[in-house]
Ligand binder design. Sequence first.
Ligand SMILES: [Zn+2]
Length: 113
Amino acid sequence: MHELSIALNILDIVQEECRKADSATVTEVVIRVGTLSGVDTQALTTCLHVASRETLMQDACIRIDRQQGRGFCAGCQQEFDMEDILTPCPECYQPATDLREGQEMLIESIIVD
Ligand SMILES: [Zn+2]
């Protein structure tokens, strides 16, 4: 399960940051997930809640920001919004020739107490 390994990875990073900040509680974690990253945000939220039980992160508010994906069509020379990896060009209905934004999955901020 892809999302569980991502959740465990996030938890590792958050715990490491807590150690550095010499802090015992995480109050908020904001994660940015692009619509083209292939990450299921619903599944990720569930996995994060499960993975963070009995850790520094168990009472943290976990927020997931979705980053709009953008693709480029070489035929029409234009950029367009993509809801997922299969969203075609709105002009010619061809798949995007290039993905410009929305492939990232990163921790945007960690607030500790
Ligand atoms: Zn096009």
